[in-house]
Write a protein that binds this ligand. Structure first.
Ligand code: SAM
Length: 330
């Protein structure tokens, strides 16, 4: 679906004197061949309602529109990009709506309701997709926020099995898709793998971004499963169990659980207590978590501290920060 002839993204950046802000980890994709390829590898967007998070100067936004999206809702928190996005909005003949705001605070369900997105039954292919080339710290936080919406089928997931197409630092993407017993297997893989199928669909070298970060990136496609592998009653308890076990990777699981107190070995059921945390399957993590939830002697604590993602965000941003010491002019 062609758009009218428009200035190149590079020219818009020059026209509006835009620079990449370090604090928003802005690394742009200006080559439309690359953004078109991301859209193809993500399985296409024809007739979909797409929430694009962090549209920036609008490269990926253009590709989503040419890929035939019925509606693109572009959320951007940096108002310097709004004039360039408005120009695209006008050219889109009603298919693009620009929403100025912080995605961390946006209510996805409300947004989709406002734009009258189509709800699909859980078993069928969703007509809604969410896409983002985001700062990695924000991306991790949002991804986990969306994963938490799957079981109660609220927010995004009131609209069906909405796939997420997200760009991450390659190293982080590999941790999200990591299979059981692999080097990268950890909390992120368990949190996502319980309920979703995830795969890397496209690797991008850092040099294709402007300005280029020192690390490479990967686009991952995460789609909720029709039937989750492990059903947990409490996501907060799952995060707590993951952190408790993966913080002691070298210990046996029974030793890693010991700080929880007397009777913690009962959480294992018939799982061999001499195994290491990284050998536990998604289902076994769910079983341990559900026993923990039902355990009358568990410590009373504020479990929300395990869902604030501070650790994951710290890890994800360390490298990125090093590669972006100062604000860079494009
Ligand atoms: N999508 C564009 C591209 O691929 O060239 C821009 C990508 S840039 C890595 C990330 C964008 O996300 C920036 O424009 C930044 O301002 C925006 N952003 C960062 N945090 C955000 C948030 N919490 N909500 C909405 N947008 C955000």
């Amino acid at each position: 679906m062609k758009l009218p002839i428009m200035p190149k993204i590079q020219d818009l950046i020059r026209m509006y004197g835009l620079s990449a802000k370090q604090q928003l980890s802005q690394n742009f994709l200006l080559d439309l061949n690359i953004t078109d390829k991301i859209c193809r590898e993500a399985g296409g967007f024809k007739d979909c309602t797409v929430i694009e998070v962090g549209a920036g100067p609008g490269g990926l936004t253009r590709s989503l529109l040419t890929a035939g999206a019925k509606k693109v809702i572009a959320v951007e928190m940096d108002r310097r990009f709004i004039p360039a996005l408005r120009m695209l909005e006008e050219a889109s003949e009603g298919r693009l709506s620009v929403v100025m705001g912080d995605m961390m605070k946006v209510d996805e369900g409300e947004l989709l309701r406002h734009f009258q997105a189509e709800k699909m039954p859980w078993e069928e292919k969703s007509k809604v997709k969410i896409v983002g080339n985001l700062p990695f710290n924000v991306g991790t936080h949002l991804m986990l926020k969306w994963v938490r919406q799957i079981k109660p089928r609220e927010g995004l997931y009131a609209y069906g099995r909405v796939p997420m197409v997200l760009m991450f630092q390659k190293e982080l993407a590999e941790r999200i898709i990591a299979p059981v017993d692999s080097h990268n297997y950890g909390r992120l893989a368990v949190m996502v793998g319980q309920e979703c199928h995830s795969k890397i669909i496209y690797d991008l070298p850092g040099k294709v971004f402007v300005p280029p970060p020192k690390v490479d990136a990967s686009v991952i496609h995460i789609e909720p499963l029709v039937e989750p592998i492990g059903q947990v009653d409490s996501k907060e308890h799952l995060e707590f169990i993951c952190r408790s076990l993966f913080n002691h990777r070298r210990k046996t699981i029974s030793n890693a659980l010991k700080p929880m107190g007397k009777g913690s070995e009962g959480l294992l059921g018939d799982i061999d207590p001499s195994r290491r945390p990284q050998s536990l399957t998604f289902k076994e993590f769910a079983d341990i978590t559900n026993r923990y939830t039902a355990w009358p002697d568990k410590k009373q604590m504020d479990y929300s501290e395990f869902t604030n993602d501070a650790g994951a965000i710290r890890e994800a941003t360390k490298k990125e920060k090093r590669s972006q010491k100062k604000q860079q002019r494009i």
